[in-house]
Design a protein around this ligand. Structure first.
Ligand SMILES: [Zn+2]
Length: 326
């Protein structure tokens, strides 16, 4: 049988096992205390063992409860005899006036035993997280259980970012996308960051050495990248001046230009970020980096080549002419 939900018919074995045990005991005249102990130690452990491996159907859990309840009050597996105390009350902890049966029928309140498997504990932990965002009634009221809806509710609302179009732009050179994705979130391992972690003994910019190498400096304030980016912006006629990658992207995204020009601008920006980062790494590994002229020429060439390969089908005549002049 597979791990997971199994049919009620497959669970008949579980109920049969419990009934078989009770049949053996029923020939003896057992006291209530003994029956209580047997339920706790034997019947509940058969049930618990199954519950660790399978998600038991509700019908089966009801059957298990019925068998245990009948045994407690009559000593038989099946009986119509009335219970003196409701099953729910019997299942309470002894401190709460019950007999301490573990009624796993209530999955909502279920806690795995210490010896339960790692997988089972993980499943139970997820259930606990679910309880933080849903009440039992809310879940029951769902017409269809939707994994997507529940997952989104568990992880909580995430702010929508404004830069995905730029980072994952179709015209970007694929290998530039990942570095760009990190750069826009200030997540590249700059020397300022490494120094903060104690990995690097300097925080200075590897290219100019004039300031701490954080994202703002590396891509905009550094004399080297500032000259590169200015040249590349001039190449495409971008006039926005900002010292922040995210802001520059936003300006381009909302600027008055055609979709194609915007896409080319994004591709250039991603290529520029990648090239600056490569130059910086060149300083670190080889103590050398390309001149501003070389770097700019290479970025222009890379962007032109890429766009020729993935040129969108519907580019206006005006945009085509503009691209031809680049
Ligand atoms: Zn610098």
């Amino acid at each position: 049988m597979k791990f997971g939900l199994i049919s009620a018919a497959q669970c008949d074995v579980l109920v049969d096992k419990m009934v078989a045990r009770i049949k053996v005991w029923s020939s003896r005249n057992l006291s209530y205390t003994t029956r209580m102990q047997l339920i706790n130690s034997v019947l509940m452990s058969i049930h618990m063992y199954w519950a660790q491996v399978f998600i038991l159907p509700k019908k089966v859990l009801q059957e298990v409860t019925k068998v245990c309840r009948a045994f407690l009050w009559s000593g038989q597996a099946y009986s119509q005899k009335n219970s003196n105390i409701s099953w729910e009350s019997s299942c309470c902890d002894k401190k709460q006036g019950g007999l301490g049966f573990r009624d796993d029928g209530d999955w909502w309140e279920y806690k795995p035993v210490a010896s339960a498997s790692w997988y089972w504990k993980k499943i139970c932990a997820i259930k606990e997280r679910l309880k933080l965002v849903y009440t039992q009634t809310e879940l029951a009221a769902m017409p269809h259980y939707s994994v997507k809806t529940v997952y989104e509710k568990i992880i909580g609302p995430k702010p929508v970012i404004q830069w995905d179009n730029m980072v994952w732009n179709r015209l970007n050179i694929p290998k530039h996308r990942f570095i760009c994705w990190l750069a826009v979130q200030d997540r590249l391992q700059t020397t300022a960051k490494l120094a903060r972690f104690g990995v690097s003994n300097t925080a200075s910019c590897l290219i100019c050495g004039q300031a701490d190498e954080d994202h703002k400096h590396l891509f905009f304030a550094c004399p080297y990248s500032s000259r590169c980016i200015s040249a590349l912006k001039a190449w495409l006629g971008i006039t926005y001046s900002t010292g922040n990658l995210k802001q520059l992207m936003r300006c381009i995204a909302h600027g008055r230009m055609s979709k194609f020009r915007r896409q080319v601008s994004f591709a250039m920006l991603a290529a520029a970020v990648y090239a600056v980062w490569s130059s910086r790494n060149g300083c670190f590994w080889n103590a050398s980096f390309p001149t501003v002229q070389n770097m700019v020429a290479r970025v222009k060439q890379n962007v032109r080549d890429r766009i020729l390969v993935v040129l969108p089908k519907h580019v206006s005549r005006r945009d085509s002419l503009w691209f031809a002049t680049l």
